[in-house]
Design a protein around this ligand. Structure first.
Ligand code: AMP
Length: 409
């Protein structure tokens, strides 16, 4: 028998329902912000991720599911959503026709990471990209949007960290200062960070092994006046709307961020980031598009579900329809469909099984009521309605059944 591949999972029952609840919260809030859905493919050319996510990142160096297709092209399962969104934005000529766009996507991402709690090889991200808005208002709205979703879904204990990584003007000096500082202790660096020191020293601060050694005394970013002004305005706009903490060592794992970066963290374990994002003003241009600013984030769905204290899903009234004999099947089936048409959750139709088995099934699915049609009910155009929690049973005209049940909801 075939087995599930390590690091992957089947999601069903309440776990699947709770993920849908999160998606529903997100879709509801996206509507309020006027954000449109963009469905991007799961597979892209590998080079898209190498060029955008960055070839110094673990995601690209080690974690990509890349393969050659029959046409000899090197493809990859998407490890994140932003590169595909940017490619679609450029390729579909949004930049010329309507450069200001707000997109969201919901989809699975793939990273060949070492499986552990909160780290899967296939996981769901809900993401947002605001294109063509360089105002600090876009950064602030992106952060508050994330807060609104997390709050609507019901995560209560989370921390918000923000930082500014500067821009092409002020970051090089910071990079040089970091390289100089970390070089003094470079013998102690892990293998990955030795490589990072030359190519992307900021990421050393993000390393679980070397970060803590260097972060505290590392030189701090000196932002240029334009970046200071931008960051101050982001903070002003967030004031009194969200509690946040400034963290000078928050660098995020991807190469393309400029200026504002942020992370939402919940829980005490190592994989505590439920969402992260930031501004990426240079990315669209570096991928062959025009010079257009952008800011975005991605929320990890499984981790966000894990961060919600109450695990119960919102319960809805459920009805199970039972037929006592072959003669009653048609009427019972019509009632089942009528309930659904009246927006009442109804199951049933197991009519080739006896009444006992049908009632057992009603119990298994946790139905609140059973509608039972026997030959007496057939003769009198009525239906027996049994409360499965109390055992109480009453008879109602079939024509009134949906109204009776609606009152019970
Ligand atoms: P990133 O794209 O790395 O910025 O990640 C954004 C969010 O996706 C993180 O904050 C996590 O919530 C989630 N995430 C990233 N990698 C994984 C993974 N391997 N398994 C589960 N969730 C993940």
């Amino acid at each position: 028998m075939s087995k599930l591949v390590r690091g992957f999972k089947d999601i069903f029952g309440e776990d699947a329902q709770i993920l849908s609840e999160l998606e529903n919260s997100a879709r509801k809030i996206f509507k309020l912000y006027g954000i449109k859905e963009l469905r991007i493919p799961t597979v892209e050319l590998k080079e898209l991720f190498v060029k955008s996510t960055g070839d110094t990142t673990d995601i690209v160096q080690k974690e990509m599911y890349a393969f050659e297709d029959a046409g000899g092209r090197t493809l990859a399962l998407r490890p994140e959503g932003t590169p595909g969104v940017v490619r679609a934005y450029i390729e579909n000529n949004f930049a010329q026709a309507a450069p200001v766009q707000q997109f969201f996507y919901i989809g699975n991402m793939f990273r060949a990471e070492r499986p552990q709690a909160g780290r899967y090889r296939e996981f769901e991200q809900i993401g947002v990209e605001f294109m063509g808005n360089s105002s600090p208002a876009a950064d602030a709205a992106a952060i508050l949007l994330l807060k609104d979703i997390v709050k609507d879904f019901g995560v209560k204990n989370y921390k918000v960290k923000i930082n500014s990584l500067g821009c092409a003007q002020c970051r090089p000096a910071y990079k040089r200062a970091l390289i100089e500082y970390i070089s003094i202790g470079k013998e102690t660096l892990c293998e990955k960070c030795k490589e990072r020191l030359k190519r992307n020293p900021l990421r050393i601060l993000d390393c679980k092994i070397d970060g803590p050694k260097f972060a505290e005394n590392a030189p701090k970013q000196k932002l240029c006046p334009a970046c200071v002004e931008h960051f101050e305005e982001v903070k002003t706009l967030l004031k009194n709307k969200i509690d946040f903490e400034e963290d000078a060592n928050l660098v995020r794992g991807l190469d393309y961020y400029t200026r504002t970066v942020f992370e939402f963290q919940a829980g005490a374990n190592a994989q505590n980031a439920i969402a992260g994002g930031g501004r990426y003003d240079g990315l669209i241009k570096s991928m062959g598009g025009p010079d257009i600013a952008a800011v975005g984030w991605a929320l990890g769905a499984e981790r966000t579900v894990g961060a919600r204290a109450e695990k119960e899903i919102k319960k809805e009234l459920k009805v199970y329809v039972v037929s006592m004999s072959k003669k009653c099947n048609e009427t019972a089936f019509n009632i089942l469909q009528n309930l659904r048409a009246a927006n009442i959750t109804a199951e049933g139709g197991l009519f080739d099984k006896n009444i006992k088995t049908q009632m057992k099934q009603a119990d298994k699915i946790g139905a609140d009521y059973a509608v039972i049609i026997g030959e007496d009910e057939l003769a009198s155009n009525s239906a027996a309605l049994k409360n499965l929690k109390t055992g109480e049973q009453n008879s109602y005209p079939q024509a009134e059944l949906t109204e009776v049940l609606k009152k019970l909801i």
